[in-house]
Design a protein around this ligand. Structure first.
Ligand SMILES: N[C@@H](CCC(=O)N[C@@H](CS)C(=O)NCC(=O)O)C(=O)O
Length: 406
């Protein structure tokens, strides 16, 4: 008899990165319970094990702890949870896989500007909701709005670290409208980014698109008015049952088609709407991640003695390149974005995600590698294939660390 595995997901409805892991578990039909990070088990056991307060964390029935959205997905894709998933989130086609990696990176790390803006700059619409949402994280927390206004100060200020400033908000809104229009156009013929089931590209996108951009009141209204199709994709990403009403009946609603690799789009005939989304990522995010790599490489060159397997900082839990939380001390990078200069904090985690693209592509056959390069060149994304930090980022003991000097 198969022993049922029940997973505990430590996370929260209001959390961006929990959305990625939760969406995976739901769309794959994997049983789990979600527990607030204010719980005794989380604070007393998970945090000490993981080495920092961070969500999402997954705990298996035999006590294994997995931190990080990508690692949680890989527990089911490549690890012991494999037989519980319905389909693989990694496309077999190296071309589709490379595209999926781009959107995993972009969704989790490149859509943070609109996510932060639409969460923290619309108090009239959002404040009462956010106050209630954050209060549920901690048992017995106050629901007092004044106190929330004060306590949320750190998160409000954090928006600046992602390039949200009075000067940039107009362009952030225009860029997000453009994103909604492009994604909406793509979804006319495709229920998910790459066809008839979600891939890691969709799971990356749902991170920003769920808690911040679809659940919070102000952007929810925007999406429902401007891009209802995108709203239905968000909802589709939160269910195990087919949610495909607007697509041609028959094959798509057939469960076999859903789990079949051929249900993904043909990599030899990529739709123009997908190419347009890729070109959008090039404009919106490529200059930023390129600037981050430059700053990191300067820092690595200046600090050649960092012990492999550490982050080179006093606190092993620190997430910014230079340990800071905000722009000061985080190793901020400045880059051109839509006619202005933005400055954002550098986080090595992003390089680790980008390495997944590089590694999978390096493992592909020559013809596929050439095809990906051609495709990325046509959509202005080619430089992404060649961005490298002087040392690789590795994950050890739930933390990001530098690999050996190569
Ligand atoms: N790389 C992590 C990022 C997780 C993350 O940043 N989670 C946020 C909540 S959505 C967090 O725990 N922040 C706590 C902090 O920064 O102190 C993942 O993808 O799981």
């Amino acid at each position: 008899m198969k022993v049922p595995l029940t997973y505990t997901l430590y996370g929260a409805p209001v959390s961006l990165y929990t959305g990625k892991a939760r969406s995976y578990l739901r769309t794959q039909g994997i049983d789990f319970v979600e527990e607030a990070p204010g719980s005794e088990r989380y604070l007393g056991h998970i945090v000490p094990e993981v080495g920092r307060w961070i969500i999402p964390c997954l705990e298996t029935s035999d006590g294994e702890i997995v931190q990080d959205g990508a690692d949680i997905i890989d527990h089911f894709e490549k690890g012991p949870g494999q037989e519980l998933r319905r389909f693989s989130a990694y496309p077999e086609s190296p071309v589709l896989l490379a595209i999926a990696h781009v959107f995993e990176l972009f969704g989790g790390e490149g859509l943070l500007r609109p996510a932060m803006h639409y969460r923290w700059n619309f108090d009239d619409q959002n404040l009462a909701f956010l106050n209630s949402e954050f209060a549920v994280l901690v048992p017995g927390a106050s629901h007092d709005e004044e106190a929330f206004l004060h306590n949320s100060g750190r998160m409000r200020k954090a928006a600046v670290n992602f390039g949200v400033t009075p000067e940039s908000v107009e362009a952030i809104e225009a860029a997000f409208d453009e994103w909604l229009d492009l994604f909406s156009a793509h979804l006319v013929d495709h229920p998910y980014l790459l066809g008839s089931h979600p891939t890691i590209g969709d799971y990356g996108l749902i991170a920003a698109m769920w808690a911040h951009l679809y659940r919070d009141p102000a952007p929810a209204m925007l999406i429902k008015q401007r891009a209802p199709r995108v709203g239905r994709w968000v909802e589709r990403m939160t269910t195990a049952e087919p949610y495909l009403h607007e697509y041609a009946a028959g094959s798509l609603t057939d469960d076999a088609a859903l789990v079949n690799e051929t249900a993904l789009i043909n990599d030899a005939e990529l739709p123009d709407t997908l190419l347009a989304l890729m070109a959008y990522v090039a404009e919106e995010y490529l200059p930023e991640v390129a600037a981050h790599v430059d700053v990191a490489n300067q820092w690595l060159a200046d600090n050649p003695d960092i012990e492999p397997g550490t982050n080179g900082l006093d606190s092993p839990a620190a997430r910014g390149l230079m340990g800071g939380r905000g722009l000061v001390g985080s190793g901020a990078a400045t880059f051109d974005w839509r006619g202005q200069q933005l400055t954002t904090g550098v986080m090595p985690y992003r390089f680790w995600l980008m390495q997944r693209l590089h590694d999978d592509l390096a493992a592909a056959d020559q013809a596929s590698q050439a095809r990906v390069r051609e495709l990325f060149a046509a959509t202005n994304l080619e430089p992404l294939l060649d961005l490298r930090t002087l040392r690789r980022v590795e994950r050890q003991g739930h933390l990001e660390v530098w690999g050996p000097v190569e």
